[in-house]
Design a protein around this ligand. Structure first.
Ligand code: AMP
Length: 282
């Protein structure tokens, strides 16, 4: 497995593979890799000839310095996990290589970035799409995978790829969960033991709303209340939002007539968790 640390080295690597007719698949991550990331690698490997995992804790997308500073960076474990998963190259640039002095160009997302996570995390999605554009360019990706855990991010990236005519296929990969239902996240490692036990309420709350939907409930307010009631009953959880939004536009809906997501964000101590479930007739 190759490890590359500069955009130029990454581009050379991918250019050589593409010249041999190989499709380059890319999994952008911030490291602290878990089974969710491995699912993205598996998805990419099924439709690419060589697979690159990018590991970069992107300062542009963090709202709080403390969150950026405390973000886990177990690079040796991550490299082992990539090797085990059959990854061909890891692209792990430094912040200085990504944002050298004089850097000043950003990608500006539109309305999709104003919903859900947007108001809570000003500038977050601008940072995400800027770094994803750079990572896709450096890796010369033919295909790239993103998790549905961050379904808003996935929607914004699909939009960017379409709007900017980027020649890359985007895969959306289902959420990988712990045995009790908690969506896997690099941030879960920072939960205290009691908060980790309590955090299961997030997926439980969304699961209750989903069951209610399957039983015929279509009123978004009722579905939302089902989830909020369950979350609010857990004293360790501080709920930031629970929303029911259209799956395409991410606009809030009053009735679920077309595919929608019920999405939640909640704090446990100083750890912020997000999760969502697709509400679809099929
Ligand atoms: P991160 O390293 O947290 O920035 O995540 C990198 C990619 O992995 C993103 O596309 C995430 O949506 C995806 N991802 C993170 N956690 C999960 C999960 N539990 N299931 C599926 N994809 C995930």
């Amino acid at each position: 497995m190759d490890v590359l640390t500069t955009p130029a080295a990454m581009q050379d690597w991918s250019r050589a593979h593409r010249a041999e007719g190989r499709r380059v698949g890319v999994v952008p991550t911030m490291g602290a890799l878990h089974h969710g990331h491995v699912a993205l690698v598996d998805a990419v490997r099924r439709c690419a000839d060589v697979t690159v995992v990018t590991i970069f804790v992107n300062p542009l997308q963090f709202n709080l310095d403390a969150d950026f500073d405390s973000y886990p960076r177990p690079i040796d474990d991550d490299l082992d996990r990539c090797r085990d998963a059959g990854v061909d190259a890891v692209y792990a640039p430094t912040a200085a290589a990504m944002y050298p002095p004089g850097f000043q160009t950003h990608v500006e997302p539109g309305d999709l970035a104003e919903r859900l996570e947007g108001p809570m995390r000003p500038g977050h999605f601008r940072g995400v799409v800027t770094v994803v554009a750079k990572l896709l360019a450096a890796t010369r990706a033919d295909v790239a995978a993103f998790g549905r855990k961050d379904f808003q991010q996935l929607a914004i990236i699909r939009r960017m790829v379409s709007d900017l005519d980027l020649d890359v296929e985007i895969l959306g990969v289902p959420i990988v969960r712990e045995h009790d239902g908690l969506a896997m996240s690099s941030r879960n490692a920072r939960l205290t033991t009691p908060d980790r036990a309590a955090a299961v309420v997030v997926s439980q709350a969304l699961g209750r709303a989903e069951r209610s939907f399957r039983a015929g409930e279509r009123d978004a307010g009722a579905l939302r209340s089902t989830a909020v009631d369950h979350l609010s009953a857990e004293p360790r959880a501080s709920v930031e939002y629970v929303e029911v939004v259209d799956a395409d536009t991410l606009d809030p809906v009053t009735r679920v007539a077309t595919p929608a997501h019920i999405a939640a964000a909640a704090w446990f101590g100083d750890v912020r968790l997000i999760d969502n479930v697709l509400l679809d007739e099929q």
